[in-house]
Design a protein around this ligand. Structure first.
Ligand SMILES: Nc1ncnc2c1ncn2[C@@H]1O[C@H](COP(=O)(O)OP(=O)(O)OP(=O)(O)O)[C@@H](O)[C@H]1O
Ligand SMILES: Nc1ccn([C@@H]2O[C@H](COP(=O)(O)O)[C@@H](O)[C@H]2O)c(=O)n1
Length: 238
């Protein structure tokens, strides 16, 4: 998988260097990361879900409760180029996020030697949005469950637990309004296109090895935090 990303970014940097010089910078950072990163002794927990499901709120609260390190994908060292890649053709945009996960893996490897690690989005987001964008139409048109597109890449550091936050569409719209940030093109598409939304969520649900544990994030922040902490205690040695 990493080879494929490096190839795509190499092609990007060779053919489009004049147009996207940042591709070279991303590639340099990726090449600096040792391959096959290993997790430290502390648990690594990922939070996934559509926008405005509460990931930022909950990851911050879990970090504070567990004295954990909070990381996010794409990592800060490349996030300054995010808007540039978001405007590129889809394969280039997705390669940027995929590369970001491999760069993040180095940060996870280091941080998990000294504290629990909480992550706001990782591979499952990249995969779920890629699959849902590549396929048009209904959930039934997605690749079948157990297809290899839902597998975790063999060479990417695996988390111990992945929690998928879900809320019903009406509550998510309310939260988007409360959040008050300007919507990205993709967020506008998610809001307007319920089939796209369903394809993203179903793709998350089909991911395996590790699979996502779904958490109903509709209750209050305090209740969601309680549920999430119970799941972390159950599945991870703290
Ligand atoms: N359990 C909750 N109950 C009510 N409101 C909530 C809850 N969790 C989060 N919110 C509110 O919903 C809005 C979106 O939450 P948040 O930014 O945490 O979502 P997010 O999943 O990180 O979104 P994005 O992916 O777009 O960054 C915020 O205004 C937040 O205060
Ligand atoms: N690992 C990731 C992380 C993000 N994405 C893309 O970014 C969009 C949302 O990011 P937020 O910062 O607003 O949470 C998401 O919709 C994906 O398109 C990704 O692909 N992989």
């Amino acid at each position: 998988m990493a080879d494929g990303i490096i190839l795509l970014l190499c092609e990007t940097s060779v053919h489009c260097a004049a147009r996207i010089p940042e591709a070279r910078a991303v590639l340099d950072l990726l090449e600096d990361c040792p391959e096959h990163q290993k997790k430290g002794g502390f648990p690594v927990v990922v939070f996934e879900g559509l926008d405005a499901t509460g990931k930022t709120t909950i990851t911050q609260a879990v970090k504070d409760t567990l004295n954990a390190v909070l990381l996010r994908s794409p990592p800060p060292c490349i996030s300054q180029w995010r808007t540039i890649f978001d405007d590129q053709p889809t394969p280039i945009k997705r390669a940027f996020y995929a590369a970001g996960n491999y760069i993040l893996a180095s940060e996870i490897a280091e941080a998990s030697t000294r504290a629990p690690v909480i992550i706001d989005r990782y591979w499952h987001s990249t995969a779920a949005y890629t699959i849902a964008t590549e396929v048009n139409g209904k959930v039934q048109d997605l690749p079948p469950a157990h297809d290899e597109v839902y597998q975790w890449p063999e060479d990417l550091l695996k988390p111990d637990l992945v929690l998928l936050l879900t809320v019903d569409p009406e509550e998510r719209v309310r939260r988007l309004q409360c959040r008050g940030l300007e919507k990205t093109k993709e967020e506008a598409e998610l809001e307007a296109n319920s089939l796209f939304r369903q394809r993203v969520e179903e793709s998350y649900r089909r991911m395996v090895n590790p699979a996502c544990q779904e958490v109903d994030a509709s209750p209050s922040k305090e209740e969601v935090l309680k549920t999430v902490l119970q799941l972390i205690k159950k599945h991870c040695a703290l």
